[in-house]
Design a protein around this ligand. Structure first.
Ligand code: UDP
Length: 325
């Protein structure tokens, strides 16, 4: 039996990962300070004999060291998430991401435990050669534009993880998650699908930013956690980087129309310039689509759940949990 530690285990993706590992018969330990996660996400697991949780920050180094020691491997998901939070709290964003990963890698290395680092498709920045491939150059904007601090911090995490692999032979695998969606995701930090679903269910206008022509690919959280576990368990993934997502693409404007159709809402679209949505000079990513050939060749990964079904699940979840938004 494997014992796994999930940092950020009460978050949206972390809690789905905990569910899947428990289903597979693993012993699961989570640590989460509930800064963006919610105890609600793991309430159903609390009584499970193989589920253990610590409501604390990974900056509590003594506790982190103990947990890493107890477990066989570490899924590191704890981080600041969401464009809104990155824009509003840049100091926390940079410090949480870089210091958190530094500590996780330090202790995993001391105890020789395989680590999976969750990076992000944001690292591809504003490159216009989509789909994005793991070996592509990464094209970020200037440091004066706060949005890029998130991508840059995650890039530093990747460099550090790969350095631990090269220099100290710590087995690390890096995943670049593209827009991941499904039940339990909150719209509080900017994420578009829970925001649109809540707005449509309330009969309010859907806030489409700028011209709505931005292109995104949305991956189902259940597909994503399956891929993450396969990569952790695979013997040849150390020192490697993998995109995880669903290459099907849609514009944000079409997404808004789809949400209106699936909720049978009378809502309209309300176009808002970026300066009102985020801040003056905000730079968005026009198109973001993953190339998933690398993970597909290794594990046979293929996304199974498509956007209509994902949105239906988010609608049902939002109806059942009206305070989750
Ligand atoms: N977006 C939007 N209206 C919203 C929230 C987001 O038009 O209320 C847009 C946002 O500008 C981006 C896309 O939807 O182009 C996806 O945003 P999200 O924050 O979910 O993820 P991102 O791809 O920016 O990381």
């Amino acid at each position: 039996m494997t014992r796994s530690l999930i940092t950020g285990g009460a978050g949206f993706i972390g809690s789905h990962l905990a569910d899947r590992l428990i289903e597979l018969g693993h012993e699961v330990y989570i640590i989460d300070d509930l800064s963006t996660g919610s105890i609600q996400n793991v309430l159903h697991l609390k009584a499970h004999p193989k589920f253990h949780y610590e409501l604390d920050t990974i900056m509590n180094e003594k506790l982190l060291a103990e947990l890493v020691d107890t477990c066989d491997n570490v899924y590191h998901l704890a981080a600041t998430v969401g464009v809104q939070l990155v824009v509003d709290s840049p100091v926390n964003t940079i410090e949480n991401i870089t210091k958190g990963t530094e500590l996780v890698l330090k202790w995993a290395s001391k105890k020789s435990k395989k680590v999976l680092i969750t990076s992000t498709s944001e690292v591809y920045g504003k490159s216009i050669t989509t789909p994005f491939t793991e070996t592509d150059d990464l094209t970020l904007g200037p440091t004066s534009k706060g949005r890029w601090s998130y991508a840059c911090s995650k890039m530093l995490d990747e460099f550090l993880a790969l350095a631990y692999w090269r220099e100290r032979k710590l087995p690390v695998v890096i995943v670049r998650l593209f827009n991941t969606v499904g039940p339990r995701q909150t719209g509080r930090y900017g994420m578009v699908i829970p925001r649109f679903v809540s707005q449509a269910l309330a009969g309010e206008p859907l806030t489409v930013y700028e011209d709505g022509k931005m292109v995104r690919s949305f991956g189902y959280v259940g597909d994503v956690v399956g891929a993450i576990i396969d990569l952790m368990q695979h013997p040849n993934t150390a020192g490697e980087i993998y995109n995880i997502g669903n290459p099907s693409k849609i514009t944000i404007e079409d997404l808004a129309l789809l949400v209106i159709r699936l909720t049978e809402s009378n809502s309209t679209l309300h176009y808002i310039p970026y300066r009102d949505a985020y801040m003056e000079g905000f730079e968005d990513i026009r198109s973001r689509v993953p190339n998933i050939k690398k993970i597909n060749a290794l594990t046979g990964y293929q996304p199974k759940v498509e956007l209509d079904e994902i949105i239906r699940q988010v609608i049902a979840y939002t109806r059942d949990n009206p305070n989750s938004a």
